[in-house]
Design a protein around this ligand. Structure first.
Ligand code: BG6
Length: 512
């Protein structure tokens, strides 16, 4: 059943601006950012006065850069591609060759921006997107400030989007925040966590706060525990140099899983104002208890994949055999944690988080398991049942986006029995979605100055604070037992023990 009455999204075009992409020759730019601009332009969400300026080390000029991206765009946009629309966008794309460390590059960029402002009648609103290795984040922002490119005035704005990873621990994140704050104000800084840009993550807020029946039961009185799972069948791909420094805990839990946790667990804000929402997210992160160093061995599990077979039949090598990975690497490709939130709403409700690469499948889901109903009435009645399964709400973030609720019902027939039934809502059955790389909303929101889906300095630092004891314990004793799970499985046995000890089990992904 599709909801034909849903009106089309009529978001107005963003104000006139220039998007400057540092790292214009990189993978993210060609696979996600430029296709996202195409989608925004197809949805009439780009302003008539818009331009993109790419900057990178490659020896190209605007003409040859256009040729390069023109050759690749179709495969990354896919079936929604339109030559006419693309040509219109392409002529508004410019390129500056430059080294991010050299002040002359910023002088050249400044000159180009003035030329673009004249040609495209853009009024000096610049959005700088740092799609570069993290070691450049501080440097580029300082250089932009020194070149006078970050100063705002009444008639133009300047903003910066920072990709992840934002630091590798609390100290490095604080140092980076300090550096950024020397170059510009917090309101100009947009720190990306692309999970916050996912429709289904944003829907958690709508689901919780727009339905009068949900919020009253969303607390420790009714909820037994929460599971957040983000697993992938992908391996480390060609990112070994980054991943060998990061690992699963830093790559996924420090940002994406804690972002999902904060949306699930936050208190209702008074409005959708960006700062009020982020205040509530920070409050809940502040209430998460960092795992006690003595408890890391039991409440945190790490894993690394060995060789194995994926469900599609492909045999894949062990992490330590991947190109660029050390043969004795102690990096985690799987991590699971048990966290407690010390607040009135959540005291006593464990949050179990897990993430891993080369797992049996790709799933992102939140499982909210409710407390068991008292079974005494069933013991004395004909519906005899020693263990009535608890109701469970499964929020499927990807794939098969939707929400499922499992309930108990009487199985028809002469013998009184209880069975589990599912109530299911699939996004695709109700709503048509706009083609998306996931970056459209984030770029558009930044252009209109809405920071709701971006992380504030304190959100980031609180995330690192929570993980500090685990990072310390793991770096003090690099994983010697690796590999401890086979590619194509559900991770190490210790992750199952983490829940079994509490009399619980991981939900089978993909089932309501
Ligand atoms: C990125 C991580 O932030 O998220 C990757 O660096 C991971 O390792 C990716 O593969 C997962 O994103 P998504 O949107 O495909 O779930």
């Amino acid at each position: 059943m599709s909801n034909e009455n849903v009106p089309a999204d009529t978001a107005p075009p963003a104000p006139a601006n220039v998007l400057v992409i540092f790292g214009a020759g990189g993978d993210l730019t060609k696979r996600k950012l430029i296709p996202a601009l195409f989608h925004l332009s197809a949805a009439n969400m780009l302003p008539a006065n818009f331009a993109m300026v790419g900057i990178d080390r490659l020896e190209l000029d605007s003409e040859s850069y256009r040729e390069q991206i023109d050759n690749e765009i179709e495969q990354f946009v896919g079936e929604d591609f339109s030559r006419e629309l693309w040509n219109n966008l392409l002529q508004r794309i410019y390129y500056v060759q430059g080294d991010f460390k050299n002040p002359e590059s910023y002088a050249a960029l400044n000159e180009m921006l003035q030329q673009v402002d004249r040609e495209q009648q853009t009024p000096g609103n610049y959005l700088f997107y740092l799609s570069t290795p993290p070691s450049f984040f501080g440097e580029i922002s300082m250089q932009l400030a020194n070149a006078g490119l970050t100063a705002e005035s009444g008639d133009h704005w300047r903003r910066i989007i920072i990709e992840k990873p934002f630091g590798h621990d609390l100290a490095s994140a604080q140092a980076l925040n300090q550096q950024l704050h020397q170059a510009m104000h917090e309101h100009q800084i947009y720190r990306i966590d692309h999970y916050l840009g996912k429709e289904t993550v944003q829907n958690i807020l709508a689901f919780r706060f727009a339905n009068g029946i949900i919020e009253p039961v969303w607390n420790a009185r009714y909820i037994d525990h929460v599971q957040i799972t983000v697993v992938e069948a992908l391996g480390v791909e060609n990112r070994a140099s980054y991943y060998e420094e990061a690992g699963a805990l830093r790559d996924m839990i420090s940002n994406h899983l804690l972002a999902v946790l904060s949306v699930v667990a936050m208190e209702p804000p008074n409005s959708f104002d960006a700062d009020l929402i982020r205040d509530e997210q920070s409050k809940v992160l502040r209430a998460v208890q960092p795992i006690d160093p003595d408890a890391v061995a039991t409440d945190a599990v790490r894993g690394q994949y060995g060789a194995g077979t994926l469900p599609d039949g492909r045999s894949v090598p062990a992490y330590r055999e991947e190109p660029g990975v050390a043969q004795d690497s102690g990096i985690d490709t799987f991590a699971a944690l048990k966290l407690q939130i010390d607040s009135w709403r959540w005291a006593g409700v464990p949050f179990y988080l897990r993430t891993g690469k080369r797992m049996a499948s790709r799933y992102t889901e939140v499982v909210v398991e409710f407390k068991h109903a008292p079974t005494v009435m069933f013991r004395d009645s004909l519906l005899r049942q020693s263990n009535v399964p608890p109701c469970r709400l499964v929020i499927r973030i990807q794939p098969n986006e939707g929400i499922g609720l499992s309930l108990n019902a009487k199985i028809p027939g002469a013998t009184p029995r209880l069975g589990t039934v599912d109530m299911n809502f699939n996004y695709a059955d109700y709503f048509h979605s706009m083609p998306s790389t996931g970056y459209e909303t984030l770029i558009y929101d930044c252009m209109i100055g809405d920071a709701t889906l971006f992380k504030r300095a304190d959100n980031i630092e609180l995330g690192w604070k929570i993980l500090g004891p685990v990072l310390d314990a793991w770096s003090a004793s690099p994983g010697g037992e690796f590999p401890n799970y086979q590619a194509g499985t559900w991770g190490p046995g210790e992750a199952d023990d983490l829940l079994e000890r509490d009399g619980r089990a991981w939900h089978t992904c993909g089932v309501s």
